[in-house]
Design a protein. Structure first.
Length: 111
């Protein structure tokens, strides 16, 4: 069965809520979740300047040079070790600037 536009948006909103909830409970790496929410921003049927998703645009921009997610497999262990302190600092910073937005996304889209 083919999905219509409204069903697609609803599915993406549900995914956004799942990701944000996982970021909050620790089951999804915070920075990986931020990158996914950044990529979902145009898929959830909201204006591009939506406050909740805008926070993740800034985070994704600040961490795009770090070995996070799938690309980690292509980095040497030495490089991963060297970047780990910056990754940990980035997680702390990202939580400071987006924790309330994560909670808002869960509240808005958790159906």
């Amino acid at each position: 069965m083919k999905m219509n536009h409204e069903e697609y948006i609803e599915k993406q909103r549900k995914r956004a809520a799942e990701v944000a909830n996982g970021m909050l409970d620790g089951s999804i790496h915070y920075l990986e979740g931020a990158i996914e929410l950044f990529s979902l921003r145009f898929e959830v049927g909201l204006p591009e300047d939506d406050k909740d998703f805008l926070a993740f645009t800034g985070i994704a921009s600040e961490i795009d040079h770090l070995p996070i997610g799938t690309p980690r497999q292509y980095w040497s262990q030495e490089a991963l070790d060297r970047h780990e302190p910056e990754i940990q600092q980035s997680i702390k910073w990202a939580k400071e600037v987006s924790l309330s937005e994560c909670k808002s996304i869960v509240t808005r889209f958790n159906t």
